[in-house]
Structures are given as C-alpha cells and as structure tokens.
Design a protein around this ligand. Structure first.
Ligand code: PHE
Length: 341
C-alpha cells in the first residue's frame, strides 16, 4: 500500500512537470485530486488495509494529498504568471511613440464674422432682436412699403409656401416691423441677424439661403448724419481705424433717402485689384432713413420720430475678408475649406 502511494506521488509529480497550460492543469487536478481520483480510492478503501497498517497508510495518504495540492497550487501560480507576462508582451505599449494629433473643433467662418459684428454693435448699444424666418407677405413686403403687385417686389425673388400669404423672408427687414410694433413709441436700437431665402440661381456669388444682419435705430431727431457716423464707426471697428468709406445714393422702397456703403478695398488699399474689380471700393451694406410709411406701419408718428436702418450680408463680408472666391463653400461642409479658419 505504502509503495502504491509512493508510486502515485511520483507519477503525479512527473506528469505535473509536463503540464504547460491551465486546461491541462485542470485535467491533472481531476485525475489526481478529484473525487474519483486514485488517491481518493485509496482513502475510501482504507478499511481493506490490515488494521495495524491503517494509521501509517492513512498518514502517508494525507501527506501525498498535501504534497500534490501544494504542487498544484505552485504550478497554477506559475502558469498564471506566465500567461500575464505573455499578455503584457502582446499588448505592449510604446509610450515613446508620438501622439496622434487631435483635431480641435472650430467655428464656421460665417459664425466668426457674426460674433465679431455682434460684439461691435453691442458696444455701440444695439440690442439683439430675433425675428422669424417664415414670414407673412405683409411683413416682408406690404408694411415695408411695397403693396401687393408693386413692381419693387421683383427685387426679391421669393419662396412662397402652399399657405396663402406665408413666405420665407427674403431679407431681415421685416424684423424692423416686428420690433417697432412691439416697442412703439419707445426708442429702438437693435440688430436683427438671421437667415434669409431667395429663389435664385445658385452661383459663386449668390445662394438661395444666406444671412443678413439688419440694423434699426428709431427715436426723436435721428438724422442721416447719425446713420453715417454710426456706420463709419462700425467700419472702423470692424476693418481698421483708418478705413475710408463712401456712401452712394441708391433706392430701397423702405428707406428714403437710401444709400449703399462702400469701404476702401482692404486688399489693394484703394488702388484697384481683382477683388474690388478695379474700383478700389467694396460694397458692404444697404442703408437709409426709415421711410415715413414704414414708421407709420410700425406705430411711430413720422412727424415726431425718425430712424435709420441698414442691412449687411455677413457671408459677403466674410468672402471679402478672407478672399473666398465662391459662396457655395459655406454650405459644402468640406473640411479642407473649414479647417483653414
Ligand atoms: N433689405 C435690404 C436688402 O435685402 C437691405 C436694406 C436694409 C437696405 C435696411 C436698407 C435698409 O437688400
């Protein structure tokens, strides 16, 4: 019996030497330490051993069991360590490799221009007023001094909706009427930024969807000098202190008199180049004194109140500023374009 135990121990330990994987180790454990293992057989059948040998055999059986368990535990730890080292090797991180560059998000060029323009008007005491993009025909045209069928409406190619009298605003000017009707007879100084829509052929110069920033000042004794002084001050802040400007007479149905404002070409400094088409000047906005009819529609007595208004196109200004040749880039979402700003 003793010999059997010795043999068993030797055999088990020899086999354990050969075990190289955790699966094989489990199989080994079942074979030598499991319930139906040979060692268990011996302990179970101890009653068949002659009485005087029993204590010795029992003790020896226990020793063998403990020895095997101890060896098993050691082997298990060895295999686990080896597996961990292997894993670490496999997923080795080279911390000296240069990192991948992170692409930070950035503002759309038009958004940047908007924010610069908002900040300047805010400094000059103009509030932000938001007005709707889906407008009524009355606000877009009639109250802006263009009655139904008036030929001046043709200046704005309009997107109509299926609902009679509901259109997409063609300019931010109806925002003038909304703010006047809300505030009359209080004085007003606001800008009205937002999207406008025109049913036009898309080209490098015109999109069907674009932004405008409207401006409106209404109060007592506001004159054309106020308009010029305010817009000149804006141009100096936005472009540069010494920028020259000029006002050209123009016509808008909702202002009288009306003008367009040019700034000296900042590419050639006024000498004439391809950006200003040889004129030395860049047109940046339309403006004028609010027409008495518009004031009346807005709830202001034109005998007592006057005002000025202007409308500028931030996309156009952005194109001039960064020399972007095609307005369609603004909507193309092409990262090669957007990453340049
Ligand atoms: N609404 C005009 C346009 O779309 C611009 C403008 C606004 C002109 C305010 C004068 C006063 O062209």
């Amino acid at each position: 019996m003793q010999q059997k135990l010795n043999q068993l121990e030797q055999q088990a330990l020899a086999e354990l030497e050969q075990v190289t994987s955790q699966e094989n180790l489990q199989a080994w454990k079942v074979k030598y330490l499991g319930r139906s293992a040979k060692l268990a057989d011996i302990t179970k059948n101890l009653k068949d051993v002659p009485r005087e040998e029993r204590p010795q055999v029992g003790r020896r059986a226990n020793e063998v069991k403990q020895a095997l368990e101890g060896s098993y535990q050691k082997r298990l730890e060895n295999l686990q360590d080896a597996a961990m080292i292997q894993n670490l090797e496999k997923d080795r991180l080279d911390v000296t490799l240069p990192g991948r560059p992170v692409q930070p998000g950035r503002l759309h060029p038009t958004t940047r221009t908007h924010r610069e323009i908002y900040a300047i008007w805010a400094e000059m005491g103009f509030q932000m007023y938001r007005s709707r993009e889906v407008e009524s025909d009355d606000y877009n045209f009639t109250y802006m001094n263009m009655p139904p069928h008036h030929p001046a409406r043709d200046m704005w190619d309009t997107f109509y909706t299926k609902q009679e009298g509901v259109i997409l605003r063609t300019h931010t000017s109806p925002g003038q009427m909304r703010v006047m009707r809300e505030r009359a007879p209080e004085p007003i100084r606001v800008i009205v930024p937002g999207m406008c829509y025109r049913y036009e052929q898309i080209s490098a110069r015109s999109e069907i969807q674009f932004n405008q920033i409207e401006g409106l000042a209404v109060g007592e004794k506001i004159t054309f000098s106020d308009l010029k002084g305010t817009l000149n001050s804006f141009a100096r802040r936005f472009f540069h202190q010494g920028v020259r400007t000029r006002f050209r007479a123009n016509h808008f149905p909702f202002t009288e008199p009306s003008a367009e404002m040019d700034v000296e070409c900042f590419v050639c400094g006024g000498e004439g180049c391809s950006v200003c088409k040889g004129t030395g000047w860049l047109e940046i906005l339309g403006c004028g004194m609010v027409h008495p009819t518009v004031l009346k529609y807005g709830g202001y007595d034109p005998e007592k109140y006057s005002g000025f208004a202007f409308g500028m196109g931030p996309e156009r200004i952005t194109m001039l500023k960064y020399r972007i040749p095609d307005i369609r880039y603004f909507w193309a979402n092409d990262l090669r374009f957007l990453q340049q700003f």
